[in-house]
Design a protein. Structure first.
Length: 225
């Protein structure tokens, strides 16, 4: 009886081995099958899965809780807008071993600068009407309201990292922060505050004359530095 069980056991093992070998051979044949024999739909599915694996799409989960920190009324008269492009070079470790451990990038920055007059800073005494019908208006100093980078249009044109470094993860962020300052600086140097003052006077003059005064004289505040 023991011998019969041994025989059955051996036969069973042989059958399992045969079945496994058949499966392996079939898998090899399938893997080596010409692409022309594989259905087009299957090829498309495989290509899609491969693309998803190697180029995953990030999933964003915004927090459902929104906190409003402050609400305040504004009376800003925006009178001019500049669109500025600036090339920013940011680098780190560019000494003797820069080719090994350095990091350098060139950022093409696009931004917008908006300037005008904050009318909420005006008091009743800032508008006087003389006996001859002339309105004397003292305007607050013009100021820059917005100086911001357009992240969709701004891009890294080139980046060169050392042989033994992957680069500073904060370098691009620092370059973008510096770009905002440089964009505002460029607009100021081009005279955005003076042009904002002129545009404000043109706009307000037409409104004040419509109130029935004969003439409008503006007293300019000192522009912010």
């Amino acid at each position: 009886m023991s011998r019969n069980l041994t025989t059955v056991f051996i036969v069973g093992l042989l059958l399992i081995a045969a079945a496994t070998g058949y499966g392996v051979v079939r898998a090899v044949r399938t893997a080596t099958q010409p692409a022309a024999d594989i259905p087009a739909a299957a090829v498309a599915v495989i290509a899609t899965q491969a693309s998803t694996l190697f180029n995953p799409t990030p999933t964003i989960y915004p927090d459902s809780v929104t906190i409003v920190r402050a609400v305040r009324p504004l009376a800003r008269l925006e009178t001019i807008s500049y669109t500025v492009e600036k090339v920013i070079t940011a680098e780190i470790g560019q000494g003797r071993f820069g080719a090994l451990f350095g990091d350098k990038l060139i950022l093409v920055a696009h931004g917008e600068v908006i300037a005008g007059v904050d009318l909420s800073r005006m008091a009743d005494a800032d508008v006087q009407v003389a006996p001859d019908g002339t309105a004397i208006v003292t305007l607050p100093a013009t100021e820059v309201f917005v100086a911001t980078l357009d992240n969709e249009k701004s891009y890294v044109y080139d980046r060169d990292t050392g042989l033994f470094t992957r680069g500073d993860v904060n370098l691009e962020t620092q370059a973008r922060q510096a770009a905002e300052d440089e964009i505002e600086k460029a607009a100021r140097e081009d005279g955005i505050l003076e042009q904002a003052q002129t545009n404000a006077e043109v706009y307000l003059r037409s409104l004040i004359l419509a109130l029935g005064v004969d003439e409008v004289v503006f007293v300019r505040g000192t522009p912010e530095n």
